[in-house]
Design a protein around this ligand. Structure first.
Ligand code: ATP
Ligand code: MG
Length: 473
């Protein structure tokens, strides 16, 4: 029977194939490339001549073509990272006369609709992956106790004492503090100091978990709740944390719709899995944390008042580093020790001048920022002493800045002949402050601009504009 292909001239075939699939590769049953088109090679940064007759794994990163020829299983819409972009790959075994002779692979986006479809699929997958990855990393991290919470200042000790005192209670705790002040440490310490210490401590980051996952993550799901739901359903974190503690980090970032559902669970002390009928009783102690101003969010209608009251039974405010400057030397020492262990660099010290600069800085990113600064210093250090030159630029320049700030404070610094008040225009002063805030945010986020923009609570666009304005790379 004539199937049509025979009547198509042979020299048309390649063009037809290339029009059907943008990027295509054919391997034999050993996984050796028999055919690969130019578009694919271009995308891979190679040439047809170089790629042909080579093992496919050597040419295409993360490929599974050599596996498909073994398994004989086709793989459709598989996410395939190449060159840092997430592509969608289809892989088919080629079967001739009932035998696998090789495999055909395509990587492509043929139409905008298809691309959109793939994109949502990938985006969800990528988000889920990222979420689980950080969760696994978190769970592997050591647990903290109160003795890990360093600081002797009165403000800090007050918070720490309160936290210690209420550890045993079953009431909800709300930890309020700027980014990097140690909210997570407090949550761990409270749990480890409670009668629930040997029972689960489950942490959920409400900001990083994709919205479409949050409900099933918290409450679990039953068989058949989704098309690809696991057989037998899945426990939610409330169930996992049963009899223990559930740490709801970044609670201020929880969408309103979820807030209502959370409130219901807290009131009724039972959860219903997504797609499930029966209620499951749970006994969970809640510790919530946020860097946001929840009261303001309640006023603005962005956070449910009833939920706020329910969480705010015991409120612990963790002071920012700038309000407990006397703790800076002690914390630096403990961080240096921790970092020293990590990098196998023992006995690292700070010069007096560095200590002074650390004391003067305002630390918008708090202890995490301090940790980043010290880690950076250790990385650029040859000997054992951290000097000013090992600090990031914004801390090196600081003396000038902090002097000029001091000079503006009339109470502390009476102007004299050798200490005149220096006034620059308001515009320049504001620009200077803005620039410093951006630089600080970048240090805190290790150079991640998107995160930095979030910290500063400005849009990404305006962040990039400001970076350009102040020549910040
Ligand atoms: N009192 C402390 N003593 C020593 N190290 C601390 C202290 N508080 C926080 N740290 C360290 O600072 C870093 C940030 O702490 P943590 O993650 O608990 O902050 P956070 O308030 O949860 O911040 P974010 O809001 O950014 O999540 C951690 O590496 C932690 O080990
Ligand atoms: Mg945190």
């Amino acid at each position: 029977m004539n199937l049509g292909m025979e009547t198509i001239p042979l020299n048309w075939h390649e063009q037809i194939i290339n029009l059907l699939a943008e990027r295509i590769v054919v391997v034999d049953r050993e996984g050796i490339i028999l055919y690969i088109n130019e578009a694919y090679c271009e995308f891979l940064g190679t040439t047809v001549k170089e790629a042909i007759n080579r093992p496919v794994q050597d040419v295409i990163e993360n490929t599974r073509m050599h596996i498909v020829v073994k398994t004989g299983q086709k793989e459709l819409a598989a996410v395939h990272p190449i060159n840092g972009s997430e592509m969608v790959a289809n892989r088919f075994p080629l079967v001739v006369d009932g035998e696998i002779v090789g495999a055909l692979g395509t990587v492509m986006f043929r139409s905008p609709e298809e691309w959109r479809m793939y994109k949502t699929k990938i985006q969800n997958l990528a988000e889920e992956l990222k979420y689980y990855k950080t969760k696994v990393e978190k769970e592997l991290k050591s647990k903290y106790h109160f003795h890990d919470l360093i600081g002797n200042s009165t403000t800090f000790l007050a918070a720490k004492k309160l936290a210690e005192r209420i550890s045993a209670s079953n009431s909800s705790v709300l930890l309020i503090g700027e980014s990097g002040t140690g909210k997570e440490l407090f949550a761990h310490a409270i749990h480890n100091n409670s009668i629930r210490a040997t029972l689960p401590f489950v942490a959920i980051n409400c900001a990083s978990i994709p919205e479409h996952l949050l409900e099933s993550e918290l409450f679990g799901y039953d068989d058949g709740a989704f098309t690809d739901a696991k057989k037998g359903g899945k426990k939610g974190q409330f169930e996992v944390a049963n009899n223990g503690t559930l740490f709801l980090d970044e609670i201020g970032d929880m969408p309103l719709s979820m807030q209502s559902k959370l409130l219901r669970v807290l009131q009724e002390k039972e959860v219903q899995r997504v797609g499930g009928q029966k209620s499951i009783a749970v006994d969970v102690r809640i510790i919530a944390a946020t860097h946001r101003d929840l009261e303001k969010m309640v006023e603005q209608g962005k956070f449910r008042q009833d939920l706020y009251y329910r969480l705010n039974v015991i409120k612990i405010e963790i002071p920012p580093l700038r309000k407990r400057k006397t703790d800076i030397p002690l914390i630096s020492m403990s961080l240096l020790k921790k970092l020293g262990d990590k990098f196998y660099r023992k006995g690292i010290e700070l010069t007096t001048e560095v200590q002074q600069r650390l004391m003067e800085h305002l630390w918008p990113g708090n202890i995490r920022e301090l940790e980043n600064v010290l880690e950076r210093a250790i990385n650029v250090l040859d000997g054992k002493t951290i000097e000013v030159s090992h600090l990031p630029l914004y801390l090196r320049d600081q003396v000038l800045e902090s002097n000029s700030i001091n000079e503006i404070k009339p109470m502390e610094n009476v102007p004299s002949e050798n200490n005149p008040i220096q006034i620059s225009s308001l515009k320049d002063t504001l620009a200077q402050v803005e620039k410093e805030a951006i630089l600080n945010a970048l240090v805190v986020t290790n150079g991640n601009k998107q995160e930095a923009a979030k910290l500063l609570e400005i849009s990404k666009t305006s962040f990039y504009e400001k970076c350009k304005l102040y020549s910040i790379r």
